[in-house]
Design a protein around this ligand. Structure first.
Ligand code: FE2
Length: 218
């Protein structure tokens, strides 16, 4: 795993998620944000790959990301439909910044692969590698918090599928890119900064909402 363990970041995420699940409106908007990010993931693969050369794995990947988007959307909808009618900014938690995070790491991979003969495929694979590693860390923490708070759903099947995507893309990258180790170190360093900045934005929204509700942070 190229993602370095960062205790501070993990603590921030735990704090964020623990507070999110206790507020129905925030939790709905969080689930809607995750649905949006999964949808962006699925759309990005479709837009980036040539339909004529799509193989079994990539088609499976597209359909599973779209299914994850609907799973999160459905959970949000069951919790509070009036808080998630669509993906407009007011129905998410920093949805536009979450999309920026995705676009930024995709552009960084594009820059990194500018001279590669396989850049279209490798760009998709490296972006997936970074996003899936991050998603697994985030979803495992969230899953544990759902369990601790006795919330009646879990992310087990999503975690299994993300883990499969991750293993597959790493395997293909290793076959196709002889420079994958050095490249991955550079890209993961960039991803960490981008994700830390996104978490800080999520925390700012949480602080603003809690201030509005009369709560204070500890
Ligand atoms: Fe996913």
């Amino acid at each position: 795993m190229f993602l370095s363990t960062d205790k501070e970041l993990e603590k921030d995420l735990q704090f964020f998620l623990q507070n999110i699940v206790q507020n129905k409106s925030l939790h709905t908007r969080w689930l809607n944000t995750l649905a949006f990010m999964e949808h962006i993931g699925s759309r990005k693969i479709i837009k980036s790959q040539n339909s004529m050369t799509l193989d079994h794995f990539i088609l499976q990947h597209i359909s599973e990301e779209a299914r994850h988007a609907f799973y999160f959307k459905n959970l949000a909808y069951k919790l509070s439909p009036s808080d998630c009618p669509n993906f407009e900014e007011s129905y998410m938690i920093k949805g536009s910044s979450s999309e920026d995070y995705f676009q930024n790491i995709d552009h960084k991979a594009e820059e990194e692969l500018a001279d590669s003969p396989d850049k279209k495929l490798l760009n998709y694979l490296y972006t997936t590698w970074m996003v899936e590693e991050r998603a697994i860390v985030l979803y495992e923490l969230y899953n544990q918090i759902l369990k601790n708070n006795k919330i009646p759903f879990n992310l087990n099947f999503i975690l299994r599928e993300e883990d499969h995507h991750l293993k597959m893309v790493i395997q293909i990258i290793q076959q196709k890119d002889p420079d994958f180790k050095e490249r991955a170190i550079r890209l993961f360093k960039y991803e960490r900064v981008a994700f830390t900045s996104l978490v800080n934005e999520w925390l700012t929204i949480l602080a603003r909402e809690e201030q509005f509700c009369g709560k204070t942070h500890v």
